[in-house]
Design a protein around this ligand. Sequence first.
Ligand code: DLL
Length: 431
Amino acid sequence: MWNQQYEAMDREKLKTLQFLRLKQSLERVYQLVPFYRKSFDSIRAEPGDIRCLEDLQKLPFTVKDDLRDNFPYGLFTVDLNEVVRIHSSSGTTGIPTVVGYTKNDLDTWAELMARTLTAGGGSSESIVHIAYGYGLFTGGLGAHYGAEKIGATVVPISGGQTKRQVRMMRDLGTTLLACTPSYALYIAETIAEMDMTPGDLKLRSGIFGAEPWSESMRRVIEDKLQIDAFDIYGLSEIIGPGVAYECSAKAGLHISEDHFIPEIIDPASGEALPVGSTGELAITTVSKEALPMIRYRTRDITTLNYEPCSCGRTHVRMDKVSGRSDDMIIIRGVNVFPSQVESILLEMGETEPHYQLVVDRVGSLDTLQVLVEVSEQMFSDHVRGLESLERRIRLEIDNMLGVTADVKLVEPKSIPRSEGKAQRVIDKRNL
Ligand code: DLL
């Protein structure tokens, strides 16, 4: 454990700490950010009305559009003089959102990533290969400062030039890989293409996140790279990576509750849901200086688990994120997450782990097409074998998810590989 005092803090003490920090954050945003003052005033609430942690549920949510509406600095609580770093989340549509950090915020972030890396097998002995993108994306620099904090040897390679990445990992004796799970898979594929095996590298573990990936995908990555694969979660608006991380139990991601208060809400009504329910994660930051967030709606779907963890950390665990509520595809009334299709494909084990979902509308009917790659050998096999596999996958998707999909097996390497976040869904209905 990187920080026993906080990561294994007695839960009663933790709640007291959260509450004290929450009060300060609420005062801060109420005094300094017109948006929050207006939002609290709209329900006639003042920070003083929040008398216990549960009272937080009385306050309005903050959503991504609030950041856009106040672009670029409108939600900051400090003068720009005190802001030492900007990151931005690359919105696919419209105005990007900008997030800022004070010196203390960067220290907190490094601390959180130090916890993440330590839980993921990192130490001062590690050689950490950071293939998350550097730049405005929070992945690269977030992992970077955490890795330096634990005293590891950092290779800040960023994304791209995958063959060179593999050669560097081999030559430098890299032990820990940090990148998106889809890029880890691409790296594994490239190792094989270069006629190498994982045995030619010294990789032992990886911290993968920034996009949803299923348990089955974990097994594929662990198997192909011969490593321990850990899930890490975060989002720019809250701080970047480092919000939650898996420990060796690999049974949920510990949310650093000394800095964040998580809630699960009904994505449709916004009502808080009882402990153990699956719903949208909302997060309140309690220590952020430049850009505190009150009840920020992440759109990510998960479940919280307060049972004690075998690793000794006391912080609540969130399940692997199954998807974003806005990535959920609704096909003729049935909700489908790409990660559910991923699990089915990988569990069947007859295709390659590369797939894409194409959603379209024919007349007034939504259609779902699942494109999935098969191996070279299988592709050159006779057509009947392929047709039969397509049929079996279609049946399995129908049985497990209750939707009819058109399954199409495609040539090896025909689905674009990703160096960052993979694009799993192509929704032609929006075009
Ligand atoms: O993706 C921060 C990050 C970088 C996390 C590196 C982990 C590793 P954004 O670009 O703002 O920040 O995107 C945040 O990505 O709301 C989730 O939908 C998704 N996401 C992040 N981590 C996971 C994960 C970074 N482990 C959005 N599992 C979030 C599933 C994830 N989805």
